[in-house]
Design a protein around this ligand. Structure first.
Ligand code: MET
Ligand SMILES: [Zn+2]
Length: 772
């Protein structure tokens, strides 16, 4: 039993990067050698202290473990790797010195070591460093950082709660290292890993921790290697052991990012002191709630009701959130107000957005506002709804204002979306399109790129100068036109078949469109960590979406005017625009996607009128938004594919529609990819050495396909021989007239030298295979 119960207000985690991305700057300056490790540690420690004090100021109790210790230099999964001492053998000679040095060595690699792979964390746009585990990976508890942070907090008069990715999730997110025997699965080492967690917990208890938080989002996912029912059994096994440990803090077990309702009663029965449920994405187990089974399971266990949404930036409907928490409490369960997941996915503070429209701003809640909301709800839960009636009424009024505000609902947009018919989602038959597109005169094994060319310092400088008003529109446009002309000439010289304009005008493939569409707003400081020191600034999609004017036609049309070869128009698809923005929560995502699709449909029309014959609509986030919950996947794939088809089906048969998806694990969505009905699809494949061509071959995929032959994630230049071999692997399974030759993804993060060398080799490789 907990010595002290968890206070009734908590959050699962807070942004780590700093209000002005101080941590990013400090780390990058350390990487450059401008500051010492001691200085970096001092900055980090100051940032942590400021965060703890700020959370208390915002209403989290200083005592009792309400304040999470969720700092990370780089990534929380990597932190768990360090805490478990699970350093892959291949890094044995690369670690060194301190935990921090090891962290950066694993995250970034060096000339002799590929870094740990990075992949998306559940259905978010945050990337974690994938642990590599085999039978012999060392495991040894390393609680130093966790204990030190606890002591730091104590010195500040705050009793904080260390946060760690839990053992089951950690192992399910790991991959078997290259040294592992065939059939080895990291999860096979669960018992050993749990023993190390027990040691970590003992060290935390000795260090004075009253509570520890162990995150097990694996509990809500159907997308992991182990079926969900089995994950629950593994969690039960792990926490039976951890719960039985005598030297440990009280355990808060969390199940963020999705629906744990089917597991919640069993989780409540575990020998832990608190369990969190995401009640935004998820629901309560109604039958067990009304029968009393949930209360029985939770006897002696607190339930952290995750009623404040940690994934979006809208003010919580406090009345509804409180009602949910009250239902749990009235069932006889000790209830704590919490967030649905860590606030690491939202920016710091709405108050920083002084340039945002005041009315829009009043509807928003970033991390700080969400903490304050948690505190209000906790007061309401303790003292009754009446005690917080004025706060609830204030939110009621704000939500009503939002619903009634101009632009939130645009009759013309809604009428048009309402009139969409099935015919609007269908193009002519595939064969007819193939015939009509022969006029494009595209060779077998046609070579092309994915869209962006290197974003050079000069491009960034020009954009910044234009942003500051130092150069005018005319000068900036002239700069971009010169850049486009250069990129077109370069592609002709290299000998590519289908050209691109290079995307020099785009700061970001989503934000560019968000700035030109109605219904979006852009923030000034709304940074969210994407991975390591990288952050993105998602736009806010707040209203009905429409296109006041063409967005890309001038650039693409200009590029096409410079060459005889076809230039691909380049658009970002509806799902990706939604996935990488903060989207409205007052209507189904599918409705929002339809509006974006209609705007893109008009853009394609205008591109074609301007002489563009090939249009690529990128959907790299199609896989990312796939719900973790298997029950919700079919409906998602249906609307997401439908929105792509709505965007692209206005194109006549002689217009070739391309799409691009940059990941290779697409076996599970191959039917959906087929359903997009794009004439040509490019996908990532180089790193997996064309693994995707087998599923495609088995599937009998009949349209154009461009499996990447050039890994653009590193500056390495792939040789002609290497790219030839990859093309040959693909050509063995896919007929030449269907096969395209292209890199894995866009080139914007690459330098020119390596890009030119790699593309030159790519063209030669395609010619070699064609000639063979
Ligand atoms: C993340 S997918 C990127 C596609 C985009 N057209 C580019 O080349 O950059
Ligand atoms: Zn890509």
């Amino acid at each position: 039993m907990p010595a002290t119960p968890l206070p009734t207000a908590t959050i699962l985690g807070y942004p780590r990067i700093g209000r002005r991305r101080e941590l990013k700057r400090a780390i990058e300056s350390f990487w450059k050698g401008n500051t010492s490790e001691t200085e970096l540690q001092r900055t980090a420690s100051e940032l942590r202290a400021a965060t703890r004090a700020h959370l208390v100021e915002l209403g989290l109790p200083a005592a009792g473990g309400a304040v999470p210790e969720s700092f990370s230099f780089y990534d929380q999964v990597l932190d768990a790797t360090i805490a478990l001492g699970a350093i892959p053998h291949r890094f044995a000679d690369a670690t060194g010195g301190s935990d921090l040095a090891t962290t950066f060595a694993l995250a970034r690699g060096d000339k002799d070591h590929q870094p740990l792979e990075m992949t998306k964390w559940f259905d978010t746009n945050y990337h974690y460093s994938v642990p590599e585990i085999d039978e012999r990976t060392p495991l040894a508890a390393n609680p130093a950082a966790l204990v030190a942070q606890l002591a730091e907090a104590a010195a500040q008069g705050i009793e904080s709660r260390p946060v760690l990715v839990g053992p089951v999730t950690y192992l399910l997110l790991a991959k078997a290292s290259d040294d592992a025997a065939a059939g080895f699965r990291p999860i096979d080492r669960l018992d050993e890993v749990v023993a190390v967690y027990a040691e970590l917990l003992a060290a935390l208890a000795a260090g004075g921790a009253g509570w520890v938080q162990l995150d097990e989002p694996a509990l809500v996912s159907d997308s992991l290697a182990v079926p969900r029912a089995e994950i629950l059994t593994l969690v039960e096994r792990a926490y039976a052991t951890l719960g039985a440990a005598t030297e440990r803090p009280s355990i808060l077990l969390t199940a963020p990012y999705g629906d744990s309702s089917a597991a919640l009663t069993r989780l409540g029965a575990l020998p832990v002191e608190a369990v969190q449920a995401d009640l935004v994405r998820g629901t309560l187990p109604e039958a067990d709630l009304s029968s009393g089974a949930l209360a029985t399971a939770f006897a002696g266990t607190q339930l952290v009701a995750g009623v404040v949404d940690g994934r979006n930036i809208w003010r919580t409907d406090l009345r509804a959130a409180l009602a949910t928490a009250v239902r749990v409490q009235d069932a006889g369960i000790a209830t704590v107000i919490g967030t649905s997941n860590s606030l690491q996915h939202v920016p710091h503070d709405v108050a920083d957005e002084t340039k945002l429209d005041a009315r829009l701003r009043s509807w928003l809640a970033f991390a700080d506002q969400k903490v304050a909301q948690v505190a209000i709800l906790a007061r309401g839960l303790a003292a009754g709804t009446a005690a917080v009636e004025s706060e609830l009424a204030e939110v009621d009024a704000i939500l009503a204002d939002r619903q009634a505000a101009p632009g939130v609902r645009d009759a013309a947009v809604r009428d048009r979306a309402g009139a969409v018919t099935a015919a609007d989602r269908n193009r002519a038959a595939e064969g007819d399109r193939r015939d009509a597109q022969r006029a494009l005169d595209i060779p077998e094994l046609a070579t092309t790129t994915i869209g962006s060319f290197p974003q050079t310092t000069e491009i960034r400088k020009a954009r910044a100068a234009f942003g500051r008003g130092e150069i005018d529109q005319e000068a900036y446009d002239g700069f971009l036109r010169d850049e486009i002309a250069r990129v077109i000439r370069l592609q002709e010289e290299i000998g590519l078949d289908v050209l691109v304009h290079g995307e020099a005008e785009r700061n970001d493939m989503v934000q560019y469109f968000a700035e030109l569409l109605d219904g979006f707003a852009v923030t000034e400081h709304g940074w969210v960590q994407s991975y390591g020191t990288r952050a993105t600034r998602p736009s806010i999609l707040w209203g009905d979406v429409s296109r006041p004017a063409p967005m890309t036609v001038a650039w693409s049309g200009y590029a096409q005017s410079l060459t005889e070869r076809p230039v691909k128009g380049m658009l970002t698809g509806p799902v990706t625009i939604l996935a990488w923005s903060f989207v409205r929560d007052d209507q189904p995502l599918s409705d929002t996607a339809e509006q974006v699709a209609l705007a893109l449909r008009d853009e394609i029309d205008d591109l074609v009128d301007a002489g563009i014959k090939i249009v690529q609509v990128d959907e790299p986030a199609l896989r990312e938004l796939l719900p973790l919950d298997a029950d919700r996947q079919a409906a998602y794939l249906d609307w997401s594919v439908g929105s792509f088809r709505l965007a692209t089906s206005g194109a006549a048969s002689d217009v070739q529609i391309h799409t691009h998806l940059c990941y290779s694990e697409f076996g599970e969505i191959i039917d959906a990819v087929d359903g997009l009905d794009a004439d040509v699809t490019s996908i990532e494949a180089a790193r997996s050495r064309m693994d995707v061509v087998d599923p495609l071959g088995d599937h009998g995929y009949s349209r154009g396909i461009g499996p990447g032959v050039y890994d653009i994630h590193s500056p390495r230049v792939p040789s002609v021989a290497e790219q030839t071999e990859l093309i040959q692997i693909a050509a063995a399974r896919i007929p030449g007239e269907q096969l395209w030759v292209n890199p894995d993804c866009g080139l914007k993060t690459r330098g020119y030298e390596e890009t030119v060398a790699s593309l030159t080799n790519l063209v030669q490789a395609a010619r070699a295979v064609r000639g063979a």
